[in-house]
Design a protein around this ligand. Structure first.
Ligand code: MCN
Length: 798
């Protein structure tokens, strides 16, 4: 972790400076408005009644006993709010043919997974609501259910009988058909004859987002506007989808995301709970609050990943890849969530990763099962793809008998080849994989660790050392509207910023991004401070309230800096542009004789000048301006990029694996990411460390497990192994800098990089440790039991 820069306030430049986050004081002390802290006069509380069964029709709901319970004001069933509750929208169907089941926030007559809401109790206190929820008596007529995606493909048991199939959609990208490369089947056939073909099946297990603050919603239906406070990543998109599915005028809805305690994709959703709280508040005419318990989060927040991957890699005998075929089966769970099938399809442009494969085919089948629905979880589609390709590249290296880094170098796009259009048809603007890898090797002490590995092998040390390599690139800055439009996505990909110059010289920045832990207030202040030449401390950043920041598309897909940051730069430039004629007028100078430096317009060749603050004050006071000058210098800008930004990096991991017990311990982890210009290295380090641990957790610990009845076995932190600080080591992070050409700051996103790269780095390290024993795969999470079993199986095979 970098040291904190304690240069004096106002010292330029701000960009590239380690700034402690402005928002940390209130976040860490909890002295802020989390949604659950909001208390309104006469506010009522909701508790949800959730289905304990995975698939059933509801024959009766008896609410009488609950209604009579202490403090209860109402018990609401799906039938009561059938026409007013809105709907959970799927904004990203893969194609017009996608089979999408209707998804009401509260089930009316059938449930398709455990945890689905069938009724809610509204009471004067949360405790009374919860107690009474136990008294709601629901008769479920159980239906057959299917929990395994491969089994669901057979359509023997239907998740949604009305759809007639469990198959949601199929999506294909073929380089020969797209004209971006050769025919993959031919490449595989040729390799079978004279080269190498590696076929592998990988499982990307289901994960559960585990943010610190459980989801919570408060709705105040009184007054002209309905106000909704909610712990969400997407206040703007939520407002739009509530309006679109309930018929309430968008102008009558104000959504506020107060400080939000993490999301990791889990709050990139329009949740049933939000819609139900809204419906209850409107029905009763009173403010209503709902805050979930952690167990409810586990079963009802959408889950992530859950893919079965089949990869076929064709190569020459010396390891030059000639083709890659990917066949994905993605488990959507019971419903198509907001991004739903769109998430696995992002893999179409990611499986080819940093490599120049001559032929490529990506096939993605999405399928419904009777489990919690699946959607974006940090990295969304890109970690899954990176896992598959980085695992199989290691297998190729083993087959050829060379170092895993050598096989990557043989196949990657060289620095001179940028800009490079990949075999998947995506043009990467910039990158330098050689530089990032060289730096990672140096920090890691690669050659020394390889020597130690050999020594341990030679002396048959029961604790073997494995070295895991993972290179990656990702497409972030989700996403250019033109690309999203081509992919059937139901929203644009621009971002908005406004800058208000206040009379006192302070600067108010309004951003459409909606941070929930990423430190935008700090980074945005740094950008504005540099661009306008004002003090970092004088910039206030407002966000997450559709009344204050009416334009925005929120925070996900590591989009906020590359899009929102660039919008901010453009708004700042407009402020300067608007201020110039005012400065000329006030200074009685010709505008052409003015130069803007460090926040001040100076008349060239004189010491006369005015700061932006002084100009803002002049626009506030009764100064009279000529008619052709608008007496205000506030500005706004919207930015929509031409393409994604493509961060990349090389992650190296050393794992010590006890071959007698199967226990794996991390010894070292180095991440060198190239994210272009770094605005705040301290924030970036935090993003990388947090991201890496999430990926490591997928490799080693986390997995959502359902039993044969569709009950979530890992429904609490007792069974779902979320790592703590005690389970991690301190990762070494560093950067190389190849500026992005997609925005003037030259930045690329970092919010997901660590998660994308780290999972294969860890698994590759464990497999690398055990490869001499005949192990070439371990299913995630690589628990000691699984590692031990893999060793035993390999031993009995040889
Ligand atoms: N940054 C920087 N220089 C760069 C790139 C980024 O200084 N070259 C800074 C940015 O200014 C910003 C932060 O790093 O403060 C992350 O920026 P960016 O990569 O644009 O990502 P977003 O702000 O759009 O955040 C989304 C991303 C995602 S998709 C998930 S998931 C995620 C993540 O951010 N969830 C998080 N990081 C998280 N961090 C916290 N604490 N909590 C979450 O829920």
């Amino acid at each position: 972790m970098t040291a904190v820069d304690d240069r004096p306030a106002g010292a330029a430049p701000e960009i590239g400076r380690d700034r402690r986050r402005k928002e940390d004081q209130r976040l860490i002390t909890g002295r802020t408005k989390w949604t659950d802290n909001i208390v309104l006069p006469g506010m009522l509380h909701l508790a949800m009644v959730r289905s304990p069964v995975a698939h059933a029709t509801i024959s009766n709901i008896d609410v009488e006993e609950a209604k009579a319970a202490s403090g209860v004001v109402a018990v609401i069933t799906g039938a009561d709010i059938k026409d007013t509750q809105g709907a959970i929208a799927n904004a990203w169907p893969l194609s017009a043919e996608q089979k999408t089941p209707g998804h009401l926030p509260m089930a009316v007559d059938r449930v398709a997974c455990t945890g689905e809401i069938v009724a809610c109790v509204v009471a004067r206190s949360a405790a009374e609501a919860r107690d009474a929820a136990e008294l709601v008596d629901v008769d479920y007529d159980e239906l057959p259910a299917v929990f395994d995606a491969r089994e669901a493909m057979k359509d023997t048991v239907l998740v949604h009988p009305d759809l007639g199939t469990n198959k949601s959609d199929f999506w294909k990208l073929d380089s020969a058909e797209a004209g971006t490369g050769g025919n993959v089947d031919e490449a595989i056939a040729t390799a079978r004859e004279s080269g190498i073909v590696i076929e592998r099946e990988y499982r990307n297990q289901r994960l559960i987002p585990a943010f610190m603050e459980p989801r919570s919603t408060v709705v105040d239906p009184t007054g002209e506007q309905i106000t909704i406070w909610t712990a969400t990543q997407i206040p703007h998109i939520l407002r739009f989808l509530i309006a679109a599915t309930t018929g309430i005028s968008e102008a009558k809805i104000r959504v506020i995301a107060p400080d939000v305690g993490g999301g990791f994709g889990g709050k990139l959703q329009t949740t049933p709970e939000e819609f139900i709280t809204l419906a209850a508040a409107r029905r009763l005419g009173k403010p209503c609050k709902y805050t979930e318990t952690r167990s409810e989060t586990m079963v009802s927040c959408h889950h992530g990943r859950d893919q079965w991957q089949k990869l076929t890699l064709a190569a020459t005998k010396d390891g030059a890849v000639t083709g890659l075929k990917v066949e994905l089966l993605a488990d959507l769970g019971a419903y198509a969530a907001i991004l739903g099938g769109g998430v696995p399809v992002l893999g179409a442009w990611m499986f080819n990763a940093i490599y120049k494969f001559p032929a490529y085919q990506f096939n993605c089948q999405t399928v419904y099962t009777n489990k919690t629905w699946v959607d974006a979880y940090r990295g969304a589609g890109r970690p899954e793809a990176t896992f598959g390709i980085e695992r199989i590249m290691d297998e190729l290296a083993a087959e050829v008998g060379v170092d895993p880094l050598e096989i990557r170098e043989k196949n990657w796009i060289t620095h001179e080849e940028f800009p490079f259009t990949s075999v998947a048809g995506m043009t990467y603007d910039s990158g330098n994989y050689e530089a990032a890898t060289a730096r990672a090797k140096e920090l890691f002490g690669y050659d020394g660790l390889r020597r130690e590995q050999q020594e341990r092998r030679d002396r048959k040390d029961p604790v073997q050392l494995g070295i895991g390599v993972s290179t990656f690139t990702e497409m972030c800055g989700l996403a250019p509207s033109r690309i999203l439009g081509a992919l059937n996505y139901g929203a644009g990909g621009w971002e908005h910023a406004a800058i208000r110059m206040l009379a006192t010289g302070k600067v108010e920045v309004v951003t459409g991004a909606s941070a929930h832990g990423q430190g935008h207030e700090t980074a945005w202040s740094q950008i504005v401070a540099d661009r306008l030449g004002v003090a970092f401390e004088d910039v206030e950043v407002l966000h997450g309230d559709t009344l204050v920041a009416p334009r925005g598309l929120d925070t996900y897909g590591s989009r906020s800096l590359v899009l929102g940051g660039e919008a901010l730069v453009r708004a700042a430039d407009k402020v300067i542009e608007k201020a110039k004629p005012i400065a000329a007028h006030l200074l009685e100078a010709n505008a052409d004789d003015l130069e803007f430096m460090a926040g001040r317009f100076g008349v060239k060749g004189t010491d006369k000048g005015l700061t932006l603050g002084e100009i803002a004050m002049a626009t506030w006071t009764s100064h009279v301006f000529p008619e052709d000058i608008e007496p205000i210098i506030d500005s706004e800008a919207t930015f929509d990029a031409n393409t994604f930004s493509f961060p990349h990096g090389t992650h190296l991991c050393a794992m010590e694996v006890d071959t007698e017990t199967g226990a794996s311990t991390m010894r070292a982890y180095v991440a060198v990411d190239d994210i272009g210009t770094v605005i705040n290295p301290l924030i970036v380090a935090g993003q990388e460390h947090g991201g890496i641990v999430q990926g490591v957790a997928q490799a080693l610990w986390e997995e959502a497990v359902f039993d044969e009845n569709g009950t979530l076995v890992t429904g609490s932190f007792v069974d779902y192994t979320l790592p703590t600080a005690a389970d991690t080591i301190s990762y070494v992070t560093d950067h190389t800098t190849t500026p992005s050409t997609t925005n003037t700051l030259g930045t690329k996103g970092v919010g997901e990089a660590g998660t994308i790269a780290s999972t294969p780095a860890v698994v590759n390290a464990i497999v690398d440790a055990l490869r001499p024993m005949g192990v070439n795969d371990i299913v995630m999470p690589c628990t000691p039991e699984r590692v031990w079993s893999a060793i035993q199986t390999a031993g009995s095979d040889t």
